[in-house]
Design a protein around this ligand. Structure first.
Ligand code: GUN
Length: 277
C-alpha cells in the first residue's frame, strides 16, 4: 500500500503543539513581514502566513512600502525592526523591485530574527551542523518525514534542484541527519541514472510533471516541492502521478509540502521567540 504524506495532517499537529506550548505564556511570538510593492503572488503568500500566525496565537504584522522605496530607506526600516524587542521574527517577502539588491537586504536582517533562514550566518551555521534558522520548506520537509516515521539515516536521498531556498538547504539538513545525499540539477548528465538510485527523492525543479515513473525505483519515497497552476485552476507538482504507482510513499500536490512550508515558518518564529535576548 502506498502511504500519502499528508502535509495538512502533519502541519495541523505542529500547530497544535505550538498552541499548547504557548498556552501558559503571556508573551506571544511576533512575526513581521516586510512587503514592498504589490506583487499579487506575494500578497497571497503573505495573507497565508498571517492566517497561520493567527491560528496558533502568534502576533503578525505586515509593513507595506511603495515599490519606489530606496534600498537605504529599507535598511533604515530593518534597523528599527532589528532593534525592536517586541519583534521576534522578520521576513522580507521576495521578489523585491529590481533597483533593490535582495542579498544586501537579507544581509541586513538580524540573524537572530531571520526566520526565513536566508542570512549567510544561518546558512553557514546550517552547513557547519550548528543551531540555525533553516529555510522553511526544507524544515517542513524534514518534519513531514518525521511525522510519518520515515528514517533518513543511511538512506540515499537524491535532490533534484539546487536553489538557495530548497535544494541546497535540504541537502545540508539531510546530510546533518546522516543521510547520503546526491544533488542534481538542470545541467546534470543522465539525470534518470541518479534519480533511479534514490531511496528518497526530493523534487524541487520547478518543471511540471518532470519526474515520471521512468525516473524512480520501486519503493521510493517521493517528496514533491513543485507547484504549478493548471488552466482549469487545479494544481500540479514536479512529479507526474505515474511515479506514485511505484512509490512506497509520496507527498501530493496540493496538501503535501505547501502546508509544511508554513509550519516551518511558524517553528522558526517560535524558535526566535524562545531564543530572544
Ligand atoms: N517568496 C517566495 N517564497 C518566499 C519565502 O520563502 N520567503 C520570502 N521572504 N519570500 C518568498
Amino acid at each position: 500500500m502506498t502511504l500519502i504524506l499528508n502535509g495538512v495532517a502533519a502541519s495541523t499537529a505542529i500547530k497544535e503543539q505550538l498552541k499548547q506550548a504557548l498556552s501558559q505564556s503571556r508573551e506571544k511570538p511576533h512575526l513581521v513581514v516586510v512587503l514592498v510593492g504589490q506583487d499579487p503572488a506575494s500578497e497571497v503568500y503573505v495573507k497565508n502566513k498571517q492566517k497561520a500566525c493567527h491560528e496558533v496565537g502568534f502576533m503578525s504584522s505586515v509593513k507595506r512600502y511603495e515599490s519606489s522605496i530606496t534600498q537605504d530607506q529599507l535598511f533604515n526600516e530593518l534597523d528599527k525592526l532589528n532593534q525592536d524587542n517586541d519583534v521576534h521574527g522578520i521576513i522580507v517577502q521576495l521578489p523585491l523591485p529590481s533597483h533593490i539588491n535582495a542579498n544586501a537586504i537579507i544581509d541586513h536582517i538580524s540573524p537572530h530574527k531571520d526566520v526565513d533562514g536566508f542570512h549567510p550566518i544561518n546558512v553557514g551555521n546550517l552547513h557547519r551542523g550548528q543551531n540555525s534558522f533553516v529555510s522553511a520548506t526544507p524544515l517542513g520537509i524534514l518534519r513531514l518525514l518525521e511525522f510519518y516515521s520515515i528514517d533518513v539515516v543511511s538512506k540515499h536521498v537524491v535532490v533534484v534542484g539546487r536553489s538557495n531556498i530548497v535544494g541546497k538547504p535540504i541537502a545540508a539538513l539531510l546530510l546533518n541527519a546522516n543521510a547520503t545525499v546526491t544533488i542534481t540539477h538542470s545541467k546534470t548528465k543522465n539525470l534518470m541514472h541518479h534519480t533511479q538510485q534514490a531511496d528518497i527523492l526530493i523534487v524541487a525543479a520547478g518543471i511540471k510533471h518532470m519526474i515520471n515513473k521512468d525516473y524512480v525505483k520501486k519503493g521510493v519515497v517521493i517528496v514533491d516541492v513543485g507547484i504549478h497552476r493548471n488552466d482549469d485552476g487545479t494544481l500540479s507538482g514536479d512529479v507526474h502521478p505515474s511515479a506514485y504507482e511505484l512509490a512506497s510513499a509520496y507527498s501530493p500536490v496540493p496538501k503535501g509540502v505547501g502546508p509544511m512550508t508554513i509550519a516551518g515558518l511558524l517553528l522558526n518564529t517560535y524558535q526566535a521567540f524562545q531564543e530572544r535576548g
